[in-house]
Design a protein around this ligand. Structure first.
Ligand SMILES: O=C(O)CCC(=O)C(=O)O
Ligand SMILES: [Fe+2]
Length: 573
């Protein structure tokens, strides 16, 4: 049974009722017994987020830390453990622990009941589904970064009831209470869950103390934020076998928002961590009876970015079901988060503004429930002005006052730009006869052209145009009533042979830069999202000013331009 304070403004009320039983997912997850996937489009990750077809590296580097020193009174052993933890938090944000003190039987028990619970019919599981007012219980429609996860979950809170704000609105003081729902089957489900929770909570305090010491703070510096009214919860994750493991993820890339996560994974594997040194996805090797620990956004803020909350995701596979159990160790909802005073000074000023944990959670919960069109709230939105905010401000001013600006330290590798420049010079230096072999025509406007007209006067230039999306689909004509479409394909000259590769590499970089600029502006505008622009085809022109990436959309929020962004290189020929 669920109990709650009835509210009219609860932030869960917007969730449409019918989303709890999407038959496509039922068909898809039961594909082994029920046949084919009916519609799995909600699960499809965009190409850059899909698992690598070649498979992921298995990490040797993610530290495996032995906690047995905690049972000794040897201060040297403890000091070296603290150093090891600090090092792992700084370099990886992730580590595994052994000799952690959680009895193996206790883990085996919860693992067994979890498998039994998820093994039931959908109808049975739906009896304890989470609903609009209470997000605890069974759920199969979670979205991470607006793409649906290939998983089913069962959530329960540690503190009963758990109190959180009813809405993310800063002025709204209303609170809501979260209660657990327990299934009838398997009969020892609740006991196993509660016993396991007590043990992982003990481990979490130990880890929190070690982390605190590693930051040079008293061991119990953070304990009081959790001791009363914690908002911690446990999750049972079930990742069914997936017929499209190359396109979907069990959990999309994300960072954990809370304090610490202590995770038990089974022997199937699938958790991948983004390595800080090079951004490569690294698989966390399943290690019997180990727990995987990662610092969440809260510790990132407390430590003023010394320990970063690291991105991770879960891949799925078509052979075996996978189960995992994260414990999310979170403070009381009224906790005000900001870098701890002991760690900030003039040389290292606070990088975050103070913010309320409960409001952050309730804004986050909104986006976990369904596909939203805005970016989910992230802790970097609370970064202080010296970095992100000032940048956004500067861009806004430039857009308003000039409509033009130049960027440096943009992340586009100089070699790529030089490679394309060189190929471009080689192409244009050829005879007109050669160049006309790839001239554009009325059917296909891509390719070489030397008689472009701007405002009815011919330009003193030659151009070569290419589309980023090849082919690109555009309307067949300008006629209002004509809904016909046509495909536009790139033309590639034989010489220089490297032009195509140089262009494609460069286009990829331009696209990344355009995304960055859009994101910053989108946040700044605090308005309706403009990500839809990115769904549209856009063009990359190669002209005498070398390159332009533009979007044929006519307007851009408050700033009206021909395209969305034009990325121009100020180089001359
Ligand atoms: O299942 C896993 O290995 C990790 C799950 C996870 O990252 C999460 O639920 O936040
Ligand atoms: Fe996570």
């Amino acid at each position: 049974m669920s109990h709650h304070i009835p509210t009219t403004s609860s932030y869960f009320t917007y969730v449409p009722k019918n989303m709890y039983f999407p038959c496509s997912y039922v068909a898809a997850t039961q594909f082994s017994t029920m046949g084919e996937v009916v519609d799995s489009s909600a699960f499809i990750q965009s190409p850059e987020h899909r698992p690598k077809p070649t498979g992921t590296l298995e990490a040797e580097g993610i530290p495996l830390i032995d906690l047995s020193a905690l049972n000794s009174s040897n201060s040297d052993a403890i000091a070296s453990l603290v150093a090891e933890i600090g090092d792992a938090c700084e370099k990886w944000g992730f580590f595994q622990v052994i000799n952690h003190g959680v009895p193996l039987e206790c883990r085996e028990k919860i693992d067994a009941v979890s498998r039994k619970f998820f093994g039931q019919s959908m109808e049975e599981k739906m009896r304890v589904r989470r609903d609009e007012l209470n997000p605890m219980g069974y759920y199969d429609g979670e979205h991470t970064k607006n793409v649906r996860d290939w998983k089913e979950v069962f959530d329960f809170v540690v503190e009963v009831p758990t109190v959180i704000p009813a809405s993310p609105a800063p002025g709204d003081k209303e609170l809501t209470m979260l209660h657990n729902q327990w299934p009838e089957f398997p009969p020892n489900f609740r006991d196993a869950c509660e016993e396991y929770t007590r043990e992982t909570e003990k481990l979490s305090y130990k880890l929190l103390e070690l982390i605190s010491l590693s930051l040079g703070l008293p061991a119990s510096r953070f304990n009081n934020f959790f001791k009363k009214d914690q908002t911690s919860f446990l999750r049972l994750n079930y990742y069914p076998r997936c017929p499209i493991p190359h396109l979907a993820l069990g959990v999309g890339h994300h960072k954990d928002a809370g304090g610490l996560t202590v995770l038990a994974q089974d022997d199937v594997g699938g958790l991948e961590v983004k390595r800080k040194t090079d951004g490569e996805w690294i698989r966390v090797k399943p290690t019997p009876d180990a727990y995987i620990v990662n610092v969440g956004d809260i510790i990132q803020v407390w430590s003023n970015d010394k320990y970063e909350s690291v991105e991770h995701r879960v891949t799925v596979n078509s052979e075996r079901d996978r189960f995992s159990i994260p414990f999310f160790f979170n403070p009381a909802h009224y906790t005000v988060l900001e870098p701890v005073a002991e760690l900030v000074n003039e040389e290292n000023p606070a990088k975050y503004k103070a913010f309320n944990w409960g409001k952050f959670v309730s804004a986050r919960n909104l986006s976990n429930f369904k596909k939203l069109h805005t970016e989910n709230i992230q802790i970097y939105h609370f970064r202080k002005s010296d970095s992100f905010e000032t940048l956004a401000e500067e861009i806004r001013d430039a857009c308003k006052n000039w409509g033009f600006f130049q960027v440096i330290n943009h992340g586009v590798p100089l070699e790529k730009r030089e490679k394309l420049e060189l190929a471009s010079r080689k192409f244009f230096a050829q005879s007109t006869e050669e160049k006309l072999k790839v001239r554009r025509d009325e059917v296909n406007p891509q390719g070489y052209y030397d008689s472009e007209v701007t405002k009815n006067v011919r330009d003193w230039k030659e151009v070569f145009d290419m589309m980023v999306k090849n082919p690109t689909v555009i309307p067949a004509s300008h006629e209002a009533g004509d809904n016909g479409l046509k495909e536009v394909v790139n033309r590639w000259p034989e010489y220089p042979s490297e032009l195509r590769e140089a262009f494609e590499e460069y286009a990829e970089e331009m696209e990344k830069l355009a995304h960055k600029l859009l994101e910053i502006t989108e946040l700044r505008l605090e308005s309706e999202p403009i990500k839809w622009l990115l769904q549209r085809p856009y063009q990359l022109h190669q002209a005498q000013s070398l390159s332009t990436l533009s979007n044929p959309s006519p307007s851009f929020g408050r700033y009206t331009t021909q395209g969305c962004w034009s990325l121009n290189h100020p180089c001359t020929r």
